[in-house]
Design a protein around this ligand. Structure first.
Ligand SMILES: Nc1ncnc2c1ncn2[C@@H]1O[C@H](COP(=O)(O)OP(=O)(O)OP(=O)(O)O)[C@@H](O)[C@H]1O
Ligand SMILES: [Mg+2]
Length: 387
């Protein structure tokens, strides 16, 4: 979704609007020439050259589920952006599908036969991330026994996807700006400039404008990255996709975990339709997956709090002869719920300052990010109307 009229100006400036139709040779690796939103509301056999379960088929199936008006808009921009080498900044809450959007741009682009290299800027400490991105010369520092090729070199003629760009350390922001401005960089410990023919796609679920205002993110880099902006809407703004997503995950995980015939009783389905999914599609996926793994079509207790009024039930909804949980499963589920509650409280107490919340919980910042993501807490909940 474009976030405003200024975006179309940005697109026009980037030469995206009015670009000629792109033609995909049949059978390219992504198989995306067969993909189109709404083409497969119910998961079916892949229509492309791919096999069920392979990544390109997955991507194609995911795109087919973008059938809401908002995701159709995203799809339009994805197709336009894919025709160019313009830098793309993908925004959106956690679990909305930013990763899929980045991949679909790459596999629809003329660079599709070249590498798609993903780097998570939040997951790696700064020193490691620098060599990860730019590589290092032999002897650049103690322990650098061999020359290391960085991700930008590895992605040559392809696409580098910089995920969680809001967490990029200021010194690396400068180096990235150099890549974007001059199309070159140098390896750590090296003097020579290396040409970088890399298309850059970045993603974040952070408020980059606020980070720019507070000095945490360079404004010149922000403008360089923000040539084309794609905002992936949260699932609560495209609830019409929920039934087909549930059907897709049911089919996929029932096959994967050999639970053929696994079905959801109507009250469970109803609960899933009414939930607001702060963790978006990832949360929905995890809920369905957990039910299938446990062979127990009962919605987790955390959903009851957020779907509002109950349909006159306790925790366990009428289910098709639910299997009793083993003690181990009960303990795991209870621990997960307790952890989620503790994290949510710490975040609330610190005004969603993740560094302080991690300190409060006495876990590392990275461990907190991971746990937040797993429990669908990565985004501060906004006041959104219930579904
Ligand atoms: N349309 C879709 N069809 C099927 N699966 C989807 C779809 N959209 C997202 N998913 C699944 O939801 C999960 C989250 O998607 P993704 O990793 O792309 O989100 P994200 O926006 O990058 O999240 P984060 O900000 O936490 O990195 C993934 O497992 C992905 O496969
Ligand atoms: Mg992601």
């Amino acid at each position: 979704m474009l976030s405003g009229p200024q975006d179309s100006q940005r697109l026009a400036a980037a030469g995206v609007l009015g670009a000629p139709e792109v033609r995909q040779p049949p059978g390219h690796p992504g198989g995306l020439d067969h993909a189109s939103p709404g083409a497969g509301v119910r998961p079916g056999p892949p229509r492309g050259p791919g096999r069920a379960g392979d990544p390109s088929t997955r991507l194609q199936q995911a795109i087919a589920l973008w059938h809401s008006p908002k995701m159709r808009e995203v799809w339009e921009i994805v197709q336009q952006a894919a025709r160019t080498d313009a830098t793309v900044l993908i925004r959106g809450e956690t679990g909305t599908g930013k990763d899929l959007v980045a991949r679909s741009i790459h596999y629809l682009s003329p660079r599709k036969e070249r590498p798609f290299v993903k780097v998570n800027c939040a997951a790696v400490p700064r020193e490691l991330l620098e060599t990860e991105l730019f590589g290092h010369e032999r002897g650049a520092f103690t322990g650098a026994h061999q020359l290391k090729i960085g991700k930008f070199e590895a992605a040559s003629h392809g696409t580098a996807f910089l995920d969680e760009i809001g967490d990029l350390h200021p010194t690396l922001q400068g180096k990235l700006l150099h890549v974007l401005q001059d199309g070159e960089f140098s390896r750590v410990g090296g003097r020579a400039n290396i040409k970088a023919d890399v298309r850059i796609i970045a993603a974040t679920n952070q408020d980059l404008e606020r980070a720019v205002a507070s000095g945490g993110f360079r404004d010149d880099l922000y403008y360089r990255l923000n040539v084309i902006q794609i905002v992936v809407p949260p699932l609560r703004e495209r609830p019409e996709e929920i039934p087909s997503l549930v059907a897709y995950f049911l089919e996929r995980y029932a096959a994967e975990f050999r639970r053929e015939g696994f079905a959801l009783p109507p009250p469970v389905m109803d609960r899933l339709l009414r939930y607001r999914y702060p963790g978006n599609i990832r949360e929905l996926e995890n809920i369905v997956k957990r039910m299938i793994v446990l062979n127990n079509p009962v919605v987790p207790p955390s959903l009851h709090q957020q779907t509002g009024a109950d349909n006159g039930g306790g925790d366990a909804l009428p289910a098709a002869e639910p299997r009793a949980l083993s003690l181990k499963e009960v303990a795991r589920e209870a621990a997960r719920t307790a952890e989620r509650t503790a994290i949510a409280k710490a975040l609330e107490r610190t005004g969603w300052n993740r560094v302080r919340a991690a300190r409060l919980l006495r876990i590392s910042y990275r461990a907190l990010l991971y746990k937040m993501k797993e429990s669908g807490l990565s985004q501060r909940p906004e006041a959104a109307p219930p579904l």
